[in-house]
Design a protein around this ligand. Sequence first.
Ligand SMILES: [Zn+2]
Ligand SMILES: [Zn+2]
Length: 294
Amino acid sequence: MDFFVKFWGTRGSIPTPGNRTHIYGGNTACVEIRIDGVLFLCDAGSGLRELGLDLMQRKEQPKQVHMFFSHAHWDHIQGFPFFIPAYVPSNTVVVYGTEPGDNKFYDLLSGQMQSDYFPVNFSDLGSKIVPDALDKDGKVIDGVLVKCIPQIHHGPSYGYSFEKEGHKVVYATDSELDQELGNKEAVEADPSIPRQIPKRFVDFARGADLIIADGQYTDHEYASKAGFGHPRATTLVDLALQAGISQLAVTHHDPMQSDDMVSAKIDACRARVNQLNGDLLVFAAREGMELQIF
Ligand SMILES: [Zn+2]
Ligand SMILES: [Zn+2]
């Protein structure tokens, strides 16, 4: 089986080009998941533009893409109008809602292309853009089981899992896990103790080969950002260990964080792995990084 993950946008909130961010990248949320040639896209932040250009150059250009959205905050949809494959008449773009009959992301994508915002209308894009939706228990799409879960965010947001033949990747961005820790007060008094992650998130992610998750803040930053919709990166370590996951990619880096600051954030996560006597590979999601799952 061919199972690949590639990061095209790893920044949260707003694109941050420049010298301070050139290692981990300045484009907003976009991840490509390719399983036996079937193409899934998670979020359409500004990184989607680069992905679209890359798709146009590939020897085997996919005729169909399956798009999933965590939610429709700007940093997760702003790349869509610049996604060149959506302009190619022979292509099909399937935009999924999270439950039967749910067209919200399809509608929101078309809303952001109204003439006050963008010169090309959604209905004038050349490709066939079709709404679809997951069923209550997910959906098998070209042999890949896709499931979703509502998360803790303003809106809310949704996490997704992609599973085939015993391999599983979870994409879970924009979720403030720290708000619903089972032992929140005890953790506030002593952040070093294990943090009880809500069971539904642990169950959803259980056994994944890789989780790509929102770790926007350092512990220090979180002290003044609680309630903003994003967790401490270190809390992801607790989630991954409790769910028996072997690899954690921290993403949705705060726009204020330079490359050095992102590296330090990951160091803090690795220190937490040691503190909890865990076995977990932690790294920062970086624009252009491609992983093979096996
Ligand atoms: Zn975001
Ligand atoms: Zn958001």
